[in-house]
Design a protein around this ligand. Structure first.
Ligand SMILES: [Fe+2]
Length: 232
């Protein structure tokens, strides 16, 4: 079954409306990897996809599985413990109708629509799989915080340049409504993605960003992460 019948009509309606609002933004601005994954994942537009359906699209391609959590905002330890087992956790919380354009907390629309298209692509999961072992290998809080920030400013809020054009890479922007519009303004401040630049930046979780980091290729990000995490 493609749609999860376990959610209320109100929640299904919220999914459908968010999908309808985000689709044109994504088609215009998303990075090529996201668009490729979006088409492979083939999510229903009219209601919340079932985890069985999503896993059936992802697992054969990358070995990742989608699992449900009842935690509204999972802490990093739970998150990384699941990640090391190639389980991507999806919350059962859905934003309210009043929060359609922006929600400070990641909800299931973010987890599914934002993240899961990428999990159909080995060249994405190879990069993503660098974070959990590094987090678990970290020997102090500074290193753990560095892993969280590097993940935040690449996978959640990264910006990519493709053929000289700015593209949205981060999943938090992909599901985030009007923050995507703001970031796509021509004068939005962008800084080159590097380990040094990212770990010196103050991390903001519950507010929209005033500057973000930009890179040309997933491979470049992966190479920098590999080199830095090897020092742990
Ligand atoms: Fe996320």
């Amino acid at each position: 079954m493609r749609i999860d019948e376990g959610f209320t009509p109100e929640q299904q309606k919220t999914w459908a409306e968010l999908y309808r609002r985000q689709l044109p933004r994504v088609e215009k601005w998303a990075a090529s990897e996201y668009l490729e994954g979006f088409s492979l994942l083939d999510m229903p537009s009219e209601g919340i996809p079932s985890l069985e359906y999503l896993t059936s699209k992802i697992d054969p391609r990358t070995g990742w599985k989608v699992v449900r959590t009842h935690t509204r905002y999972s802490d990093a330890d739970e998150w990384y413990d699941q990640m090391i087992q190639k389980n991507f956790i999806v919350t059962d919380y859905m934003r309210s109708w009043e929060e359609l354009d922006w929600t400070p907390e990641p909800d299931m629309f973010h987890d599914i629509f934002g993240h899961l298209p990428y999990f159909t692509l080995p060249r994405y999961t190879e990069m993503f799989e660098l974070f959990a072992p590094a987090y678990l290998a970290a020997s102090n809080d500074n290193q753990r915080e560095a892993v969280r920030r590097l993940a935040w400013f690449s996978t959640e809020f990264g910006i990519k340049i493709e053929n000289g054009e700015k593209k949205i890479f981060g999943t938090g922007l992909m599901s985030g409504g009007d923050e995507m519009d703001k970031v796509m303004e021509p004068d939005f401040p962008l800084i080159p993605f590097s380990v040094e630049n990212v770990i010196s930046k103050h991390k903001v979780v519950y507010e929209q960003h005033d500057q973000l980091f930009v890179f040309d290729a997933i491979d470049d990000v992966a190479a920098q992460l590999t080199e830095y995490f090897a020092t742990f």
